[in-house]
Write a protein that binds this ligand. Structure first.
Ligand code: COA
Length: 205
């Protein structure tokens, strides 16, 4: 399974995946005022803007998950409900950290809704540390909503060590993710590239 940039054909399915995943994780946790603003249309609008920076995996038009980086923030990591627990999230995280390192970011951060236990566990096992609660402006139609979150950070390894670790973790994760995915894929939908070549990141200062 290869990571790839999102295509125009991924827009609608990615927006729906994001909307559904957000609801799965956040409905019981965040204020009703925020829930009311998180409509499917709002995710379509946000995804349309984010798409050029979104990386995903799975067949074009049927993505399994995505990540979105904004500066030094890993802004979003989402996996389709049916692909959770299969290693897809680890593939996304490895790729996101690789992209961050490539951009010279060595201590990225991410926001996790307070109480999002599954995401918190995933962050923890991916080597991220919960550093403190923080109130951040979260995007809503026409403005921002202040949301208290858990802030996570990770000191990324030096690129050489990173590349070696990423390649080894990827080969383990890929076998999980691939078997889970292939069961749901038509052969003609499978991505053509099946190998992953680590991109040597730019050395940070
Ligand atoms: C967060 C997300 C990307 C992680 O992907 P995933 O495929 O679920 O990740 P994994 O299954 O590899 O890891 C989840 C871990 O949480 C555990 N877990 C599952 N449900 C849990 C729960 N209710 N409470 C605590 N831990 C839970 C799993 O057992 C697993 O830990 P383990 O590997 O030690 O057994 C995915 O669940 C998702 O898209 N969630 C909805 C959107 C979201 O919350 N995004 C993150 C925003 S910060």
């Amino acid at each position: 399974m290869s990571m790839r940039p999102a295509h125009a054909a991924d827009l609608a399915p990615l927006a729906r995946l994001w909307w559904q995943g957000w609801r799965d994780a956040h409905l019981p946790l965040v204020p009703k005022a925020l829930v009311a603003r998180r409509t499917l249309d709002s995710f379509i609008d946000r995804m349309a803007i984010a798409l050029p920076r979104v990386r995903t995996l799975g067949p074009v038009g049927a993505p399994l998950g995505f990540h979105l980086i904004k500066g030094d923030e890993l802004n979003q990591v989402y996996v389709d409900e049916e692909s959770r627990g299969a290693g897809v999230a680890t593939l996304l995280m490895i790729d996101a950290e690789d992209r961050l390192l490539e951009a010279g970011v060595t201590t990225p951060w991410l926001a996790c809704a307070i109480g999002n236990a599954r995401a918190a566990r995933f962050c923890q096992k991916s080597g991220w540390t919960r550093v403190r609660p923080q109130t951040v402006p979260t995007e809503i139609p026409g403005g921002w909503y202040p949301l208290k979150i858990w802030r996570y950070e990770k000191a990324l390894a030096q690129p050489s060590a990173w590349t070696a670790r990423g390649a080894s973790e990827l080969s383990e994760s890929r076998s999980f993710a691939q078997s889970a995915t292939e069961a749901n894929e038509r052969p003609e939908d499978r991505p053509r590239a099946t190998t992953w070549t680590p991109v040597p990141p730019t050395l940070p200062n």
